[in-house]
Design a protein around this ligand. Structure first.
Ligand code: G6P
Length: 600
């Protein structure tokens, strides 16, 4: 989950690579570095954020690569920051992923090579150095070096006196941007989207040589053609638009993101949903079980999806944290649909679970935000959530867009399986169409929510409880608060209160109760009484004004049936944001976390 950027062209290489790193910082931000190649290499590194890395100004080259790091092997120090170089300091490499056999390679190379970092990456420039000594081109040296690597990688390599960048990928994502007399490389398009939206996604096993006006791609030693496509994202969509943080901007973008998720997909209330997936009604009728795999916020969207799918499509649904998934016995792959929910499409644990499902012979469907991501290439079918770029590490708009998209999926399955009556489909789809407006009503209550957050910001810990679809929302809201405020926050199924969390409830631990429709609010009100008896202040999130007297504070939610809890989540995103803001936390880049986790 580090970020790679690179540029070759005649403009100011140092500034372009530095800007690329700033754009990518959400992927990792504990150290960073840049290499500019001309007659010699100029390398700058820093322990800390990209802002602490000065823009290289004295470099004479037109070729640059950069890296922003989220440490896996070795502490976040300047020596461990990328780029890493060979003994002669004329080959520079930036790398995402993990080289699994690096210790064996290091032991082999140590006699003739000096290592200066604790990273797995450093073996790569030394391997390339070994092959360059045979007088081969840089691209050939990279080809030979990568044959020795086991694990996953996306690398960008440049060298003094060589007029290009060589890139290679094995599992970790990497794409090329095509500009006017300029070529870019990035671990995702945000690296260079300010300059071009014409991109080529590399496939696993690809090695490419980039010059300012040409890209040559090889796979397995042979030249191959890769398509160029135009991305719809533009640079403005990835800016902060006047908000203090990307997270707040993205919270406010939710009505628009939801409209995009729905747009063109609801044919009309009679004919249902068009998700452009190739799963026939016959196949969907035969499905016995849907297995959802996901991590983090996407896992919470998966739990929400279970509520919707089981009700609308009368199908057994299991939701598994991707790192715990195994396609297990007693399941017939022909009758099991595996759904991977992943915003980035690159989360290693989710991809690993998906591959396990593919090996078992099950059909697979990806629900993702990211065009061209690995999950889209490996799953049989893909549904895009169309939320647009999300930069804040804490996922917000992608969660609501995931829920809206799986609601459409639930309606689609319900119809195909002859479970949902026309009226029920109509109601579900009407609910999705009301979502953007309902979320806007929450955003209009921002001052009230901000005030409540300020009141409680110094609390010792926070608890969130809910039932049914209110349960994933409790989990997600607690995750949001802990990620960005660093306060302890725990979400749980309200029924579990008495089985543990109640021991920690005091007057200094606010309890948030999701009391929306379709979340068994009447039962949760009993739990509210139990925490109030221990003196805890209670915030209720509800559309039912009759609950006012039961809680200390209310966040009002408009009525929208099974989707009410996801609307409640928006109020709790704002609550988390303002608690963290009150504490002056680095909201978009919480410590130790990264937007996309591409290691298992
Ligand atoms: C990281 C991010 C989370 C995200 C999770 C899963 O932990 O910080 O916001 O929910 O990865 O990511 P995915 O891209 O698979 O949804």
């Amino acid at each position: 989950m580090c970020g790679i950027t690179g540029y070759i062209g005649t403009d100011d290489t140092g500034s372009i690579v530095h800007q690329g790193l700033e754009n990518l910082e959400y992927r990792g931000y504990d150290s960073a570095g840049i290499a500019i190649a001309g007659e010699s290499l100029t390398i700058q590194k820093t322990e800390g954020e990209v802002g602490e890395l000065s823009v290289p100004t004295h470099a004479d080259g037109m070729v640059g690569i950069g890296h922003t790091r989220w440490s896996t092997h070795g502490e976040p120090t300047a020596p461990n920051a990328h780029p890493h170089t060979d003994c002669t300091e004329s080959v520079a490499v930036v790398h995402n992923g993990i080289i699994e056999n690096y210790e064996a390679l290091k032991a082999e190379l140590r006699d003739r090579h000096t290592f200066t970092s604790d990273t797995d990456t450093e073996v790569i420039p030394h391997l390339i150095e070994t092959h360059l000594e045979d007088g081969v081109s840089l691209v050939t040296a990279v080809q030979r070096a990568t044959r020795r690597l086991e694990g996953s990688y996306a690398i960008a390599v440049t060298a003094a006196d060589h007029d290009g960048i060589v890139v290679a990928r094995e599992d970790s994502p990497l794409l090329i941007g095509h500009g006017e007399a300029a070529t870019y490389v990035g671990s995702d398009a945000t690296a260079f989207i300010d300059h071009t939206n014409r991109v080529t996604y590399l496939k696993t096993g690809d090695i490419a040589r980039l010059t300012d006006d040409d890209v040559t791609v090889y796979n397995d030693g042979a030249r191959v053609q890769r398509d160029t496509q135009t991305l719809e994202w533009d640079a403005d969509a990835a800016g902060k638009s006047g908000y203090n943080h990307y997270m707040l901007k993205e919270i406010h973008e939710q009505p628009r993101a939801l409209r995009q998720a729905i747009s063109g997909r609801i044919n009309d209330f009679e004919t249902g949903v068009d998700l452009d997936i190739d799963l026939t009604a016959e196949y969907l009728r035969a499905v016995e079980e849907i297995q959802i795999v996901a991590c983090g916020t996407s896992y919470h969207a998966g739990l929400y999806a279970k509520e919707l799918l089981e009700t609308a499509a009368d199908v057994r649904v299991t939701v598994t944290i991707a790192s715990e998934y195994e396609f297990s016995g007693g399941r017939d792959p022909q009758e099991t649909l595996v759904v991977a929910i992943t915003q980035s499409g690159e989360t290693a644990d989710t991809l690993s679970a998906l591959r396990d499902a593919i090996r078992s012979g099950a059909r697979t469907l990806a629900v993702t935000n990211t065009l061209g991501s690995t999950v889209t290439r490996e799953a049989d079918e893909t549904v895009f959530i169309r939320a647009g770029p999300e930069i804040g590490v804490a996922a917000t708009k992608t969660f609501v867009s995931q829920v809206a998209t799986v609601t459409l999926l639930a309606a689609h399955l319900g119809e195909a399986r002859n479970v949902l009556s026309t009226q029920a489909t109509r109601d579900l789809l009407a609910g999705v169409q009301e979502l953007p407006g309902a979320v806007q009503q929450i955003l209009d209550q921002e001052p009230t929510i901000k005030e409540a957050a300020r009141t409680h910001a110094d609390s010792e810990a926070f608890f969130y409880m809910g039932r049914q679809a209110g349960y994933p929302v409790a989990l997600e809201s607690a995750l949001k608060l802990k990620e960005i405020s660093y306060d302890h926050a725990e979400g749980f199924a309200a029924g579990e209160l008495k089985h543990g969390p109640l021991a920690l409830v005091t007057p200094d631990t606010p309890v948030v109760a999701v009391l929306t429709a379709e979340s068994a609010a009447e039962k949760t009100l009993n739990n509210v009484k139990e925490v109030k008896a221990r003196g805890a202040p209670v915030i209720g999130v509800t559309s039912d004004p009759s609950h006012t007297s039961s809680v200390d504070q209310m966040f009002d939610i408009p009525e929208c049936g099974p989707l009410e809890p996801v609307v409640a989540n928006v109020a709790l995103q704002l609550f988390a944001y303002y608690v963290a803001d009150e504490k002056d936390r680095p909201i978009d880049k919480p410590r130790n976390l990264a937007k996309s986790v591409t290691v298992e």
